[in-house]
Design a protein around this ligand. Structure first.
Ligand code: IMP
Ligand code: MG
Length: 201
């Protein structure tokens, strides 16, 4: 996607999304999270866990911003269907192969909405005797009445609105966008709709 059309909206499955957080702002947010992880780190290399699929771009950029030894693994937990409302049930469809016991685990998530996914992940790693479990989230929706603890590291607190891009999807579309886009409200949709349907990726 070129720099010029990042100011415009994108249409995914007939819904319009408008720019919300630019790639430049994301890069600064990732650097800040990396700096805070660096400040709080202990002797041993942390085990960073990427929560598939949404955290992949944040994970890759965060890793490159950490200038000390880390190891990585992946988990796939799914609580969303193809809609925009958080699902009731969480299923683990891929689990890390790394030995968890004694490790300082940092769970890297794209977004915390209700907090169910992250709460289940904290329990998962605690049950496997991680020494510490922390959470690094790109986005955090404080208005979503989530039940769990606040993440130790957050790049951006956002409004309770549906967002896509930079790994996050709407029914599997939009993950490849470099910026974060928010579902347009009605007024915005009327202004931008005609000019935007060629920029879905
Ligand atoms: P939670 O369990 O309700 O906190 O939801 C966490 C998961 O829901 C995230 O890892 C995302 O995959 C998905 N999710 C929550 N809000 C959004 C959003 O605004 N856009 C896209 N996916 C979202
Ligand atoms: Mg998702």
């Amino acid at each position: 996607m070129s720099a010029s059309n990042q100011r415009e909206g994108v249409v995914l499955h007939d819904r319009l999304f408008v720019p919300y957080i630019t790639p430049q702002e994301i890069a600064r947010g990732v650097e800040e999270v990396a700096a805070r992880i660096r400040d709080r780190r202990s002797e041993s290399a942390p085990l960073l866990i990427c929560v598939l699929k949404g955290a992949t771009l944040f994970f890759a950029d965060l890793l490159r911003s950490l200038d000390f030894p880390v190891t990585i693994d992946f988990v796939r937990a799914s609580s969303y269907g193809n809609g925009m409302v958080s699902g009731e049930t969480l299923t683990f469809t891929a689990e890390p192969g790394t030995e968890i016991a004694g490790r300082n685990v940092i769970v890297v998530e794209d977004i915390i909405d209700t907090g169910r996914t992250v709460t289940a992940l904290r329990e998962y790693f605690a049950a496997r005797h991680a020494q510490t479990v922390e959470v690094a989230a790109l986005l955090y929706k404080p208005a979503a009445h989530h039940t769990g603890e606040k993440p130790e590291y957050v790049a951006f607190e956002i409004a309770d609105r549906f967002v896509v891009g930079y790994g996050l999807d709407y029914a599997e579309q939009g993950r490849n966008l470099s910026g974060i886009y928010v579902l347009a409200e009605e007024g915005e949709a009327q202004v931008e709709e005609s000019a935007t349907d060629e920029h879905a990726g």
